[in-house]
Design a protein around this ligand. Structure first.
Ligand code: NAD
Length: 431
């Protein structure tokens, strides 16, 4: 297995980058062809995927390097327009390799389908009646999706809750469905629809809502990293001092403490995590809205809204980072098979199950988050971000062709990363 540790990948040309990825992932000519066409989707495919289609909107597809996950080298494709996400994740992944890489795990891919029953006279009696007929209800739900059952998935259990609302008490049943390698929304929605009426009869109530819940608490992925303090020390442009490892760990813990204590900071902290997770989701054809709603809801589940990662210092003074996040992702269904690039992205990632995909996403989210915390702890996020953004600024100022890199380099060196600064630099260069 080739290593994902790729030095100065960003300095290589497109042809060389593609060749490296092709060899790493064993991509065929067809996949390379699709990547070379920049993922261009034909109108017919786009029109089948969505509605009232008049074109397609594209995003750059990049590769986060250096990831070692459970001992396996991984290149992680990310489709995202914001600079510095791929660089930050790759940088941290490179450091984590030194201490053995990320350790990750994922729960079974169990989703929740909700059935709301109204006008139930006795909650306890209704609950008993539903659970008494569990076997028949599960059989009927599974009859909706024999393919899923064939792959070892399907409806596995029913739980019953009482929910107090403004319109009175209601019974809510949760159908637990193992979605295997699918995200599962269509399967779950079909199953709850198939049994909602029967359940209402059994409980002597009236069914209303029957739909999947995007709060996928049974389908979480976890990842962990350990970094030696000396591996994260360094000097940063925009600051005068070299920051020693122990000092860096303390600073990162200070930044993290605010996210734990304050929702305003926690929201932005989690946005950083989702920067990477959404980027992998888009690259691999996932429903990123489902991931977003699930992640933020989980961040507030049972307690106030808080960070999705945790940081601490172990007895040796190492920095320990952990993430736990629900990730309802799939390798079949949705846009996974229809998006021209998603299949190639999944092949590059080398994952063979939805659980492996979830683990890779959790690692990417944790790496990106720590990359941001390290920047924030020293000089604020703007420097690294703007340095990578300098090329966009140069283009906005009117630079073309080779001038783009030259202007970007100069405005970074002179610390004038603004459109005005780039215009002025461009004028000076042309004089
Ligand atoms: P799907 O129905 O397109 O495909 C899943 C089906 O593929 C399974 O039900 C099964 O029959 C079959 N299958 C074949 N091989 C399988 C395997 N190895 N493992 C599991 N299933 C296998 O997709 P889906 O995952 O049920 O639904 C995802 C789509 O639903 C996404 O496009 C999403 O945007 C959309 N959606 C989401 C929501 C929501 O999140 N609230 C609501 C409605 C629709």
């Amino acid at each position: 297995m080739p290593s994902s540790e790729l030095h100065k990948f960003y300095k290589k040309g497109l042809g060389e980058r593609l060749q490296i990825v092709k060899e790493f992932a064993g991509l065929g000519e067809e996949e390379i062809g699709k990547l070379k066409k920049y993922g261009a989707m034909d109108f017919e495919t786009a029109d089948r995927m969505s509605e009232n289609v008049i074109g397609t909107q594209q995003l750059p597809l990049g590769i986060a390097t250096n990831f070692l996950i459970n001992g396996k080298d991984c290149l992680i494709p990310m489709a995202v327009e914001e600079p510095s996400i791929i660089a930050a994740a790759s940088k941290i992944a490179g450091l984590v390799r030194k201490t053995g890489g990320f350790k990750a795990e994922a729960d079974n891919p169990v989703m929740i389908g909700q059935i709301q029953l109204l006008k139930v006279k006795s909650f306890e009696k209704a609950k008993k009646a539903i659970l008494g007929k569990k076997k028949q209800l599960l059989e009927k739900a599974n009859a909706f999706d024999p393919v899923l059952v064939k792959f070892g998935g399907g409806a596995k259990d029913i739980q019953v809750r009482e929910v107090k609302s403004k319109r009175g008490k209601m019974l809510v049943a949760h159908l637990l469905v193992d979605a295997r390698d699918a995200m599962g929304a269509n399967a779950v929605n079909g199953m709850v629809e198939a049994i909602a009426q029967d359940m209402a009869k059994i409980a002597s109530g009236e069914q209303r809502v029957f739909i999947i819940s995007n709060l996928a608490i049974h389908r979480k992925a976890r990842a962990r990293l350990v970094l030696k303090a000396e591996d994260i020390e360094g000097s940063f442009h925009g600051t005068c001092n070299f920051v020693k490892g122990n000092e860096m760990v303390e600073r990162i813990l200070d930044v993290y403490a605010l996210a734990e204590a304050d929702q305003f900071r926690a929201t932005t902290h989690n946005k950083g995590i989702m920067n990477a997770i959404d980027a992998v989701a888009v690259a691999t054809g996932q429903d990123w809205r489902a991931l977003e709603s699930g992640a933020h809801s989980f961040a507030a589940f049972k307690k106030g809204y808080g960070p999705l990662t945790k940081y601490s210092k172990d007895k040796q003074g190492n920095l320990v980072g952990e993430i736990e996040i629900p990730l309802a992702v799939g390798l079949v269904g949705g846009a996974v098979k229809t998006s021209p690039v998603a299949q190639a992205a999944i092949k590059i990632l080398g994952v063979k199950s939805a659980q492996e995909l979830a683990m890779a996403m959790a690692c990417a989210g944790l790496a990106e988050n720590l990359g941001s915390l390290r920047e924030i702890a020293i000089r604020g996020i703007r420097h690294g971000h703007m340095e990578l953004h300098a090329k966009n600024i140069a283009i906005a100022a009117g630079a073309q062709g080779k001038d783009i890199d030259k202007v970007a380099e100069r405005i970074i060196r002179e610390g004038k990363i603004t459109v005005d600064g780039a215009k002025e630099t461009l004028e000076r260069m042309h004089k």
